[in-house]
Design a binder for this molecule. Sequence first.
Ligand SMILES: Nc1ncnc2c1ncn2[C@@H]1O[C@H](COP(=O)(O)OP(=O)(O)OP(=O)(O)O)[C@@H](O)[C@H]1O
Ligand SMILES: [Mg+2]
Length: 248
Amino acid sequence: MTKTLSIIVASIKGGVGKTTVAVNLAVTLSIAGYKTLLYEMDTVNPGVGYHLGKLDEESHVQTYKPTGLQYVSAHVSESYDAPDAERASQLESEIKKGDYDFVIVDTQSADKSLLKKHFDSGLIIINPDEQSCAAGIMAKDLIESSGAKCNIMLNMGFEKPYALSDKEIEEMFGTPIMARAEEDLSLRKSLLEHVPNILTENAPKFSAQISKLARVYAAMIDEDYAQKFENFSRELGRAKSEIKKLQQ
Ligand SMILES: Nc1ncnc2c1ncn2[C@@H]1O[C@H](COP(=O)(O)OP(=O)(O)OP(=O)(O)O)[C@@H](O)[C@H]1O
Ligand SMILES: [Mg+2]
């Protein structure tokens, strides 16, 4: 492992699952033993604090104790339209420092300028409908304009009558779907409890898709990644019991 792999989680459409995926992916990579920073760039509708149970949002690097994940959550910005230039440069310097294996960036759907900056990889979150796919393609084009490659994750809505098929989506994007998470009611529970889904009991479906993604990213930077994941169940159990202790 030589440098930080930065992953921007994006779509031009709101509510598709960006924050949920970004948080759970970052938590999963930290459980696997990778030094990971989750950076929240959404100052319009910040959601990282809801997942991590830290509602007093701060703009500096904090530690999520149960897994050792480092994160920077966002304050709600008073101005809607100005993308936060200072925050973007802070993010850039965290990536450049090279202290982390992974930097995962959670984005705001209207902030197109951020997507044009260089990240190593883009993770486009889509629901299986025309509008969200169009928004995903726009995000993909913006991210790839800097030379990065994007992967796509299909999230919720398969049962809807208008759902596009995997084949239709893969043809639209010109790339295979990397993970596919169906509608999972345990997500609602984890938000209410302020515990990331991967760390709740009885949440196997969403977690399985996130683990799959985490392994793909780990393989990009670490040829021994399979070894790192050997102790994953034990570390996951340890993190869950940390949460129980904190809840008492
Ligand atoms: N697979 C899923 N099954 C059920 N609910 C889900 C799933 N993925 C996300 N959700 C729920 O959908 C809502 C929107 O998710 P999330 O906040 O992650 O989207 P977002 O793209 O970050 O939205 P925004 O654009 O507002 O930042 C949340 O209530 C979340 O719990
Ligand atoms: Mg969000």
